[in-house]
Design a protein around this ligand. Structure first.
Ligand code: M6R
Length: 607
């Protein structure tokens, strides 16, 4: 979603740094950009639709003078992506500039009220009401901070808002409600941004704002108060431990490929979870009357995979639920005995946080699994685990999927132990297999990439892909489908293979590409039946199966061979890897940017 970067410097011009900060937030997705700076007390704004590089050079943004300012990348929610709707927006007098991430639900009524009071509006955005509301409040002779507080109290919806005004040219006021905002402090200045990677080149000391908080930043630092009552909040900075290189591309042409190849490392880190948190989450999972696994997109696929692992290893029934449906589907029954395990890479996904809010209101216990320290999910969870995958910049989730499954599998194993559902030998065997997973993924990356490239070249023009798996592999199939669909735009379906004869098979014709996920295990015999059904209709069979699996090979047109002896319940981790590579290769062959698929944002922080 939209990206925000603002700063106040003791020395130096902010404009080049704003452009740098915005480029580090590009992964969030955007269609227009804008920058505002104050120089000699004068507020200047340059903005337009387009890519950061193009707009910046066309409008000569880097040359803007001034040591205080901010920038914004807009992902359109209200109003077309064009210059007028690009942020910053100002009040009618052009003295107060605002950038915003989120959605103001009551903007229509506020706009009408402000028009009646003589304010002019030029954009179609919800954001434009904010500077005008602040201007209206300032008529009662209060400063920009107080006026912003009062204006924010009138807003309904979600926001990270940053305010800059020539009336008080030495400070920036910013606040958050449901959309993320982080502050940074350094010797030379103070920063605010949607996400820590934008600030990381300048400082490793950050402060995560919480919902309902407003901060004033100037060259001396920051002050935080609560929007509701103006009371002061004391919060000291936290240190970011990851280095910037972890979020940069290194030798890879783009982030997605880098992140796919980082998986052996991220999985190794994911095996070093802090025991006390694993124990705490396990204890809650054991106590619940019912356990919901709530998440969106890729995180939902991890949850579906985990539901098989929890059931088979720990004998725990869990309900994976898409977060945007949670309140409708289970909102009236969830209660004090329910456990909600919310899984979200970013920890900021609007739908997931909304579901969590609802569950908390009904006294359910919320647990979190996220990749983002300090995210909203960590703050609203009774207990949480950080999956430790390192920053993921590519919009398509890759390393965070495999880490999520790994962490959830560890929780299932710990629960199985607590419940006495597996013998010590069985537990040791699972543990041994789990610890081999990073090495297995490393060899899959080495051994399958060339084959995947060949298949990508042959299949890049396929008009339709089907992804099919049985048992836990149906989750792997769904994730494979999502990867291909979101970055190559090729229409794709994924189904539990047994379900395909209840409808999807009707679209199969000669040469329809069917990817089958076929690990050895309980579902092996059944998947052979499903392959034969598709083959009989002329489908092109692309199988991912164990080396030496002659039954599958004899039925397939293309085979990607995987290492032997991977337990079926852990198979989603290595078996997704060739599908991540396939999606990546096809996107590149089609000339598409795999890091920034159209219409998508890394973190979906709006309803
Ligand atoms: O940050 P989250 O895990 O909550 O994000 C959920 C989805 O938005 C995310 O997985 C999305 O589907 C990705 N683009 C998938 O690659």
């Amino acid at each position: 979603m939209c990206g925000i970067f603002g700063l106040v410097l003791r020395k130096g011009r902010v404009a080049p740094m704003i452009l740098d900060g915005l480029s580090r937030l590009e992964y969030r997705g955007y269609d227009s950009i804008g920058v505002a700076v104050i120089n000699n007390g004068v507020l200047q704004i340059r903005k337009d639709a387009g890519k950061i590089k193009d707009v910046a050079s066309r409008l000569r943004i880097a040359e803007m003078k001034g040591s205080i300012g901010f920038g914004h990348t807009r992902w359109a929610t209200h109003g077309a992506p064009n210059m007028i709707n690009a942020h910053p927006h100002t009040d009618s007098k052009g003295k107060i500039a605002v950038i915003h991430n989120g959605v103001i639900e009551n903007f229509m009524e506020l706009k009408q009220e402000l028009i009646d009071k003589g304010h002019n509006f030029i954009s179609k955005t919800d954001t434009e009401v904010i500077p005008n509301l602040i201007d209206e409040e300032m008529k009662s002779d209060i400063g920009i901070t107080e006026a912003t507080l009062k204006a924010l109290r009138r807003l309904k919806g979600s926001y990270a808002v940053v305010v800059l005004s020539s009336l008080e040219p030495d400070k920036i006021v910013c606040a958050r409600q449901e959309s993320p905002l982080v502050l940074g402090v350094s010797e030379n200045g103070t920063y605010c941004a949607s996400d820590a990677p934008a600030i990381r080149p300048y400082t490793n000391k950050v402060i995560y704002l919480r919902n309902g908080e407003l901060a004033t930043i100037d060259v001396n630092g920051y002050k935080i108060i609560k929007v509701a009552d103006g009371s002061a909040v004391e919060r000291t900075p936290e240190e970011i431990t990851w280095v910037l290189e972890m979020a940069e591309k290194q030798e890879y042409p783009n982030y997605m490929l880098k992140e796919i190849f980082e998986q052996p490392t991220s999985l190794r880190t994911g095996l070093r979870l802090q025991e006390k948190y694993v124990d705490l989450l396990t204890m809650f999972l054991d106590r619940g009357k019912e356990v919901f696994l709530v998440s969106a997109g890729t995180s939902q696929h991890s949850c579906i995979a985990a539901s098989y692992i929890f059931s088979k290893i720990a004998r725990l029934t869990t309900y994976p639920v898409v977060s945007s449906e949670f309140t409708e589907q289970y909102g009236s029954t969830v209660g004090i005995d329910s456990i909600i395990l919310a899984v979200s890479q970013s920890g900021e996904t609007y739908d997931t946080l909304k579901a969590v809010d609802h569950a908390r209101m009904r006294a359910a216990t919320v647990l979190g699994l996220t990749n983002t320290v300090g995210s909203t999910l960590t703050r609203v969870s009774r207990a949480y685990i950080i999956q430790q995958s390192g920053p993921e910049i590519g919009v398509a989730a890759t390393k965070t999927f495999t880490s999520q499954v790994l962490v959830l599998a560890q929780l299932a194993m710990r629960l199985a132990k607590l419940r006495g559902k597996l013998s010590q030998d069985e537990l040791d065997e699972y543990k041994e297999s789990l610890y081999k997973v990073p090495d297995i993924v490393e060899s899959v990356l080495k051994e399958t990439y060339d084959k995947v490239k060949d298949i990508a070249t042959r299949e890049k023009n396929s008009r339709l892909f089907l992804f099919l798996g049985r048992g836990i592999s149906s989750a792997t199939a769904m994730e494979g489908r999502l990867k291909l669909l979101e970055i190559t735009y090729i229409p794709s379906l994924a189904y539990p293979a047994g379900e395909s004869k209840h409808g999807p098979i009707s679209i199969v014709e000669k040469d329809t590409a069917c990817v089958f996920i076929c690990p050895r295990g309980d579902t092996h015999a059944e998947i052979i039946g499903s392959i034969m059904e598709m083959k009989a209709r002329g489908a092109k069979i692309i199988s991912i199966c164990e080396k030496g699996d002659t039954d599958i090979k004899s039925l397939s047109d293309e085979v990607i061979e995987m290492p032997k002896n991977i337990p079926e319940l852990l198979s989603p981790i290595p078996y997704i890897v060739p599908m991540q590579l396939l999606a990546y290769e096809i996107a590149v062959l089609k000339g598409l940017d795999p890091d920034k698929p159209r219409n998508l944002a890394k973190s979906v922080t709006v309803p």
